[in-house]
Design a protein around this ligand. Structure first.
Ligand SMILES: [Zn+2]
Length: 315
């Protein structure tokens, strides 16, 4: 009875596939699709004239396209024939060990010569290494490295590729959570960051000119009255009056509750700000009504002031 590790180790050096032929010879239409998709600006792939000007006999395929020639492409999605031979055996053994997921990690290519239209490519794949079990961000797994050797119709090597995949046990799915729809991010910059930082501490601050004492909102770098750049803040007491409002019906955003009352709130200190009203039906909202400050911890990064109908009617 051989251990699992020994059975895996026995694959090192084994050929997984041999002489797998490209479905089509190297051709210009496929080169064009690749070049357009990759945004490859080199003219030597599509212009005979430009290619000859570089000393080549004609257009050449992009070097990194070598792997694409031998892929099964779309056919694989309509005829998912199971893998055969050594490759199927290796995958079955990895599945047996619980390594049911796969992700490509890296690829190292060596190019021997450029491919030209008409080249008929085939590829062999040999296992060069299977790592011990490693802990990764995706789950525990093993890195499987293979060497792919690409040849032309004469059997001459045109490129080699060291191809590494991680075969891993998918990590336990985290407890199901409501996909959190986040409120749109405010545009935070050096001039207004202090305001959002204070909000996270549930402090509604108002910027105050340190020169003339004028309060201002929204935050800005300069006093509109005396042009001073010096400023500090005062904490708002939280009392306010409804200056104006609107009710948003459409379009709906999943981070908001509807009907959504959006208010221009006049603080007792005199500055106005835009905030949502909470806990009140739109038909009960009246301009001039007394409001009091509350806080909405919208998500871990965003806390916003909201306003409710004042509980103590002191007018
Ligand atoms: Zn001022």
């Amino acid at each position: 009875m051989t251990s699992y590790d020994e059975r895996l180790a026995a694959f090192v050096g084994r050929t997984l596939s041999e002489g797998t032929r490209a479905q089509d010879p190297v051709n210009v239409p496929m080169i064009r699709h690749w070049v357009e998709a990759m945004g490859d600006p080199s003219p030597v792939h599509l212009s005979e004239e430009a290619a000859r000007a570089t000393g080549r006999d004609g257009v050449v395929a992009p070097a990194t396209m070598v792997q694409a020639w031998t892929m099964r492409g779309y056919a694989r999605t309509v005829d998912p024939a199971p893998a055969a031979g050594g490759f199927a055996e290796l995958v079955a053994l990895l599945d047996e060990g619980g390594y049911t997921s796969v992700v490509a990690t890296d690829s190292e290519l060596d190019f021997v010569r450029e491919l030209v239209p008409g080249d008929e490519i085939s590829v062999d794949e040999v296992v060069s290494d299977i790592s011990p079990e490693k802990k990764t961000g995706l789950g525990v797994g093993r890195f499987v490295t293979t060497l792919k050797t690409y040849r032309d119709a004469d059997g001459a090597v045109v490129a080699t590729q060291r191809w590494r995949t991680l075969r891993f046990k998918p990590a336990e799915a985290p407890a199901p959570q409501e996909p959190a729809a986040l409120r749109p991010r405010p545009a935070i910059n050096l001039d207004n960051q202090f305001w959002f930082d204070a909000a996270r501490e549930h402090r509604l601050v108002i910027q105050r000119c340190a020169s003339c004492g004028r309060l201002r909102h929204p935050p800005g770098p300069q006093c509109p009255a005396c042009q001073s750049f010096e400023w500090d803040t005062v904490d708002a007491a939280g009392g306010a009056t409804l200056y104006s409002f609107t009710v948003a019906h459409h379009p709906r955003h999943p981070a908001f509750d509807y009907p959504l009352v959006i208010a221009v709130v006049e603080l007792d200190e005199g500055t106005r700000l835009i905030a949502n009203l909470a806990g009140i039906e739109p038909e009960d909202v009246t301009i001039g009504m007394r409001l009091e400050l509350d806080w909405l911890d919208a998500d871990p990064d965003l806390t916003l002031p909201i306003f409710r109908r004042a509980t103590s009617e002191e007018d």
